[in-house]
Design a protein around this ligand. Structure first.
Ligand code: DP6
Length: 343
């Protein structure tokens, strides 16, 4: 097999968070989560597949055109995990070259977009399933999950649900599925503006953070809360109750960080400016009554979510009151939704 295939894949932001893995499985979530894809924050990945030259398959990985041997062990683990469903990987050498369309060192996790793009290209390279079909995307989601859990949700334009839940019969722990029901107009056109308050390396990786849930005193209560929040959020997406949407999304972000702060050992990824941005959003929302809220991923940066129909007023708020808290005034803006693309 000699093939070169390129995919771009969006990043995603979870509304209900995946935090904690099931014991005994490989990359199975302790609770269901749901996310919006971020169409303007993407990884573009090219894979070159050739018949293997040596005894064992060989991998070369490049980031932004430069060899990144330090990433290779993690990608090799990923390739081993997905080989049972993509057996051709045992017979080929791979050169994988990836780049993001957002600045490095912005402190924005790119693993969801990166593993999403890699999984799509590898499933395409196998050549069995027709690209863009449900079966193709499901297999890509399954593979992406084995690289990074949140990556399973990046292959869909619609909000993506990952993890079994009574609230959505088609959902699975093994792959994400799209929530294809009609979404109320008040929640269908939101933007994410990510305030880069700290571009540094995280002190504790997500993978290590997940592991701390194993012995966490509040873990079971948190998993139950997440299931309840997901259930309610699906109702809210249908009904358009924006106030409930905001309450669930902000509570999810704070619960995520509360779990970090109450892990043993404890840690904290929020920074003073994280809290300042949150306070500003709350104050602006009280004053303006506009549909705006925040969420956080496992880091200090604040995702400001708002209804795009109020772009002008909210841009003015961001420029005048939030940028002072951003490192070098940096923030990244993306529409929500957006599909992967074969290039
Ligand atoms: C806080 O998917 O990065 O962003 O599966 O170990 O790779 P691994 O973890 P990862 O965890 C993401 C956690 C989160 C919440 C979320 O995206 O749901």
């Amino acid at each position: 097999m000699n093939k070169t295939i390129t995919y771009s894949c969006p990043s995603n932001i979870a509304l209900v968070k995946y935090w904690g893995k099931k014991e005994g499985g490989i990359q199975l979530p302790a609770n269901a989560s749901i996310s919006w894809s971020l169409s303007d924050l993407r990884a573009t990945t090219t894979i070159q597949v050739q018949p293997k030259e040596g005894e064992n398959p060989r991998l070369t990985f490049l980031l932004d055109g430069n060899p990144k041997p330090s990433f290779e062990p993690k990608i090799n683990d990923f390739l081993k995990r997905i080989q049972p469903v993509l057996p051709f990987l045992g017979e080929v050498d791979l050169r994988i070259s990836s780049q993001n369309n957002f600045p490095h060192g912005a402190g924005i996790a790119s693993s969801a977009a990166g593993f999403g793009a890699m999984a799509l290209a590898l499933v395409d390279a196998e050549g069995i399933l027709e690209p863009h079909t449900d079966a193709f995307l499901q297999k890509a989601s399954y593979c992406a999950r084995l690289g990074s859990g949140s990556a399973s949700r990046s292959v869909y334009a619609a909000p993506a649900i990952w993890g079994q839940t009574k609230a959505f019969a088609a959902a699975s722990d093994e792959y994400a599925v799209p929530f294809t029901e009609p979404i109320h107009a008040d929640l269908s056109q939101w933007t994410d503006a990510v305030m880069i308050v700290d571009s540094g390396e995280k002190s504790v990786s997500s993978t290590d953070g997940h592991a701390l849930l194993g012995e966490h005193a509040y873990a079971q209560a948190r998993f139950q809360q997440a299931q309840n929040n997901l259930n309610e959020l699906l109702q809210v997406l249908r009904s358009g109750e924006v106030a409930r949407f905001i309450a669930i999304v902000e509570s999810e972000a704070l619960q995520l960080h509360a779990m970090m702060m109450s892990s043993i050992p404890y840690y904290m990824l929020m920074r003073p400016h994280t809290l300042s941005v949150i306070q500003e959003i709350w104050q602006f929302r009280r004053e303006s009554q506009l549909p705006i809220c925040f969420t956080l991923d496992a880091g200090a940066n604040v995702h400001v979510l708002y209804d795009s129909r109020y772009q002008a007023q909210i841009q003015n708020f961001i420029d005048s009151r939030l940028l002072v808290y951003c490192q070098n005034g940096l923030y990244l803006r993306s529409a929500t939704g957006g599909s992967p693309e074969k290039r």
